[in-house]
Design a protein around this ligand. Structure first.
Ligand code: DX5
Ligand code: ZN
Length: 217
């Protein structure tokens, strides 16, 4: 089964992010996952548009930007201008989610919606036509290196079925948090099309082995 691997640079050396992105590109990554945190939606702070614009010069791979920020609509234009190809916002952070995802698409990017582990997926079905990616968080967002929450597999399967029933097979399901070669096969079988992994890939013997081991079933 084919799955795309999106290494998270949250686990890279922040003093050498450009090099990390180049190394991940040569190591066979499909996308580069960039975790943006605002210190409010999640209890951690990371990077903003200027760093993403700088990283844009170091790879031709799609930049998959995961916004863990309150009211993301305020900054979507900035992230798109910085070079984001996929912009994912959290359902919990958007009062007017349909407007926000439409704005992302109008800017020419793919629109993703992320769900925290305790957020039910049912309400998403009303905007299936307006999104390209559903990001299932399999840890509570904020930090790399946390343990995988196993109920996420069931959630992926439920969303896959619901998307397929709605005729939206093209919408990708992305899983983020605690992903390893141990849980990847179950996630792919459940319907995940993109796996994000940070600590697992960066602690593998080589980046290439880390990425490859997530693809093998
Ligand atoms: C968590 C981030 C993840 C994280 C994944 O808030 O959204 O992308 O970096 O890291 P690992 O794979 O270490 O759980
Ligand atoms: Zn992420």
């Amino acid at each position: 089964m084919f799955v795309q691997v999106a290494p998270s640079i949250l686990s890279a050396d922040f003093a050498a992010l450009g090099r990390a992105v180049e190394e991940l590109t040569s190591a066979g990554a499909d996308l580069i996952h960039v975790d943006v945190m605002d210190g409010r939606f999640v209890p951690n702070l990371t990077i903003g548009p200027p760093i993403i614009a700088a990283l844009r010069e170091h790879t031709n791979l799609p930049l998959d930007v995961h916004l863990m920020i309150e009211e993301p609509a305020r900054f979507i234009t900035d992230y798109r201008k910085a070079g984001a190809d996929i912009i994912t916002v959290h359902m919990e952070a958007c009062t007017h989610l349909q407007r926000t995802v439409t704005m992302i698409r109008d800017l020419g990017a793919e629109a993703g919606v992320a769900l925290n582990p305790a957020t039910p997926e049912e309400t998403l079905k009303y905007i299936y036509d307006d999104i390209d990616v559903v990001l299932v968080m399999s840890v509570n967002p904020g930090f790399g290196g946390q343990s995988f929450i196993s109920s996420s597999v069931r959630k992926v399967a439920n969303i896959r079925k619901s998307l397929n029933d709605a005729g939206r097979r093209a919408v990708q399901i992305e899983v983020d948090g605690g992903v390893t070669a141990g849980n990847a096969p179950n996630l792919v079988t459940a319907g995940a099309g993109i796996l994000v992994a940070g600590s697992y890939i960066f602690s593998a013997p080589t980046l290439n082995e880390g990425i490859r081991s997530l693809r093998i079933k």
